[in-house]
Design a protein around this ligand. Structure first.
Ligand code: DQA
Length: 136
C-alpha cells in the first residue's frame, strides 16, 4: 500500500524547533523510523512551507491515503480543507503536540471535519499511529 506523508510549514525545522514542544527528532529521523517500522508500506514523503504546494501534492498523488501534519495551516487553511474534500482522499490529521491543550487558536482545526481522524500529542509516534490506522 502506498501512503503519502505530508508535512507543512516549519516542520523542516524539527529537531531544533522548540524541542520542548516538538521533540528532538528531525523530520528525516521520523521518515526513517516510518520506513523501518512499516516495511510493507510504500512511502512518499513531501514537505513544504507553501500552502499551494501542499494542495498540489494532495491533488497529484496516487497514494491510497495521506498522513498530514499541516502545521499552522491546520488552523487557517480552508484551501487545504477544500483540497482534501475535493480529492476525496482519506486523510489522517497528525500533530506532534496536543493541539487541544495549547493556545486557543491551535485548538481549532479547519481540516478536521474533512479528515478521517486526528492523532495529536504523541510526538513522533503520532505519525506511526496514523500509518497504523491505514493498516487496520
Ligand atoms: C503542529 C501544531 C501546530 O499548531 C503548529 O503550528 C505546528 C506543528 C504539531 O505537529 O504539533 O507547526 O502541527
Amino acid at each position: 500500500m502506498k501512503l503519502l506523508v505530508v508535512n507543512g510549514p516549519n516542520l523542516n525545522l524539527l529537531g531544533r524547533r522548540q524541542p520542548e514542544i516538538y521533540g528532538t527528532k528531525s523530520l528525516a529521523d521520523i521518515e526513517r523510523e516510518l520506513r523501518e517500522s512499516f516495511p510493507e508500506v510504500e512511502f512518499e514523503f513531501f514537505q513544504s512551507n507553501h500552502e499551494g504546494a501542499i494542495i498540489d501534492a494532495l491533488c497529484a498523488t496516487d497514494a491510497r491515503g495521506v498522513v498530514l501534519n499541516a502545521g499552522a495551516y491546520t488552523h487557517t487553511s480552508l484551501a487545504i480543507a477544500d483540497a482534501i474534500a475535493g480529492t476525496g482522499l482519506p486523510v489522517v490529521e497528525v500533530h506532534l503536540s496536543n493541539i487541544f491543550a495549547r493556545e486557543e487558536i491551535r485548538r481549532q482545526s479547519l481540516i478536521a471535519p474533512v479528515c478521517r481522524g486526528c492523532i495529536s500529542g504523541f510526538g513522533a509516534d503520532s505519525y506511526k499511529l496514523a500509518v497504523a490506522s491505514f493498516l487496520q
